[in-house]
Design a protein around this ligand. Sequence first.
Ligand SMILES: [Zn+2]
Ligand SMILES: [Zn+2]
Length: 143
Amino acid sequence: MIGGMTAIAGQTRDETQPIRCPACAAAMEPVPFGGVTVERCTACRGLWFDAREQERLRDLPGAEAIDLGVPPAGPAAVVPPAKRQCPVCHTAMIGMADHRQPHLHFESCTVCYGAFFDAGEFRDYKEVTLAESVRRLFGLRKK
Ligand SMILES: [Zn+2]
Ligand SMILES: [Zn+2]
């Protein structure tokens, strides 16, 4: 890491350059938390994580505060998940599921490893892990 730049798979993203939300194309704003800066959409409140930042934040207590949930007005006009492009390198993103949380889907870029979570999904990603481990323990897995 070199002040303000995040190293990503052979390229760097200048974090001072604003990016556009892959779901609704609105501007995203930087949200610093625990030494990591994520981008949050000012319209649909989706969250963008540069290379694996979501994994670092998942383990940080209180990090769910960055996810404000779905806006009261409901999500803005949203690009379907299958058509979303990486806002950093413009590659088509692929749907990902965490093996510990099979119900949860987020989009990830196979080039820069960035990830996009719809509003509310990060909170889920962070909080449901424990509940699902317990459920698995008792053999009561969700679908
Ligand atoms: Zn958005
Ligand atoms: Zn990318």
